[in-house]
Design a protein around this ligand. Structure first.
Ligand SMILES: [Mg+2]
Length: 240
């Protein structure tokens, strides 16, 4: 197994402003610079693979895509794809698409938070277990135990690498990712809950903030911190 530094980053509200906003060329450049210096880059997003495949700005940047908030992993280099839900779970969950407000994703569904009670009742009726992961008003259904951190750890197994993880995110759905990271960073537009846990809060928003964070990784403080063998108390180190 190879040992590398690993960067796991969210997409919407972190690398970009969200929606179909593309990654700015200078942000992509800083990511590729990191990759060329031996870092493993992992995209950890709520988006699904089908959507990401249509985006040219993502192509050839990341070693792995953790999609649907940890539910699946895709390796662009060889097309490996793993979904961590059973076929039966996916089939049951997709029954919810009978409701017009349901947004169908590759392996699960999502919906606006105001439909939460309707969906809860229906899941009880069809006797399916799912956890509700809310991200900025949109709720996604996931099997128990699935989150972005789970997906990232599975991606590392598939890539056959390990090493200290730097995590970057902007909202509460990224908090689990922080739990497996040695260095946790966030952009200026991040939710308060994330800022509270972060080792570094960028002064700039979205992609510009990520470029700032990537620059901070080459500082002596941070590179020393990443090369430590064991994390006892990450909070001992704060550079914000
Ligand atoms: Mg986000």
């Amino acid at each position: 197994m190879k040992s590398n530094n690993i960067l796991a980053t969210d997409l919407d509200g972190t690398l970009t402003r969200g929606g179909d906003d593309p990654i700015k060329p200078q942000v992509k450049e800083s990511l590729l610079h990191l990759k060329n210096s031996g870092w493993i880059l992992i995209l950890a997003t709520g988006r699904d693979r089908e959507y990401l495949m249509r985006r040219s700005d993502i192509k050839w940047v990341f070693d792995a895509w953790v999609t649907e908030a940890g539910l699946a992993v895709y390796l662009p280099s060889d097309g490996t794809y793993r979904c961590f839900a059973s076929d039966e779970w996916i089939m049951e969950i997709k029954k919810l698409t009978k409701f017009p407000f349901i947004i169908e994703k590759e392996n699960t569904v999502a919906f606006g938070i105001h439909f939460l009670n309707v969906v809860k009742r229906e899941l009880q009726r069809i006797e399916v277990d799912a956890i509700f992961r809310s991200n900025k008003g949109l709720v996604m259904l996931l099997p128990e135990g699935i989150n972005k951190a789970y997906g990232v750890m599975e991606a590392l197994k598939l890539l056959n690498v390990n090493g200290p993880i730097v995590a970057i995110g902007d909202s509460e759905i990224d908090l689990e990712l922080f739990k497996v990271a040695r260095f946790k960073a966030t952009v200026a537009n991040a939710e308060e809950a994330l800022k509270k846990e972060a080792d570094y809060i960028a002064s700039q928003e979205n992609g510009d903030g990520v470029t700032e964070i990537i620059k901070s990784l080459s500082s002596q403080n941070v590179s020393q911190w990443l090369s430590l063998q064991k994390v006892d108390h990450p909070r001992l180190f704060h550079i914000k």
